[in-house]
Design a protein around this ligand. Structure first.
Ligand code: ZN
Length: 175
């Protein structure tokens, strides 16, 4: 299966000329910026990158990166699992100037020399695709009292002493 480690640094133009496909698994813990945005960094990223030249002879990197990660729920502050899927659709360019001439359906990637670090590239694509807000569809902690004060919520879930009395009274009345 996909247990391959991606190379840290590649020459993207050489790979595009050879139509190379790379796929591999990267621990999220190796991505410090992404990890800092998550509740924990135990997940793994599955990345797939296809280097090639399109019909216009433009060198491209097309692929995807995905990971199922835990983010803090913005309602109850407990971890919530979300899937991040980044679609990678890059055209390699030597300079910012040349990048402007690329077709707009590509995202330009400026690589001035022969080296491209894959990990930061994939990390940035994932960060761009993080959900802006993340909630459980049903938080386990009741926070309908607004400020997330759990003590108040637990208090509210206790049966109202008057309704308990009422039901006791009801029972005795039936006898
Ligand atoms: Zn929640």
């Amino acid at each position: 299966m996909l247990n391959v480690k991606l190379p840290k640094v590649v020459d993207p133009r050489k790979l595009a000329d050879r139509e190379v496909q790379l796929a591999g698994v990267i621990p999220v813990s190796e991505m410090t910026e992404l990890s800092s945005l998550l509740d924990n960094s135990s997940a793994e990223v599955i990345a797939e990158l296809n280097f090639s030249r399109d019909q216009l002879r433009i060198r491209t990197i097309i692929g995807s990166a995905k990971a199922t990660v835990a983010i803090q729920c913005q309602r109850c502050l407990e971890p919530v699992e979300v899937e991040i899927l980044a679609n990678i659709n890059l055209a390699i360019s030597y300079s910012e100037e040349k990048a402007k001439t690329l077709p707009s359906y590509y995202e330009p990637l400026v690589v001035e020399d022969d080296d491209l670090e894959l990990l930061p590239l994939i990390e940035q694509e994932l960060i761009l695709n993080l959900p802006i807000v993340s909630y459980h569809s049903n938080c386990s902690i009741q926070t309908s009292f607004g400020d997330g004060n759990t003590a108040a919520s637990i208090e509210a879930e206790k049966p109202n002493p008057f309704s308990v009395l009422a039901s006791l009274k009801g029972k005795t009345d039936k006898k």
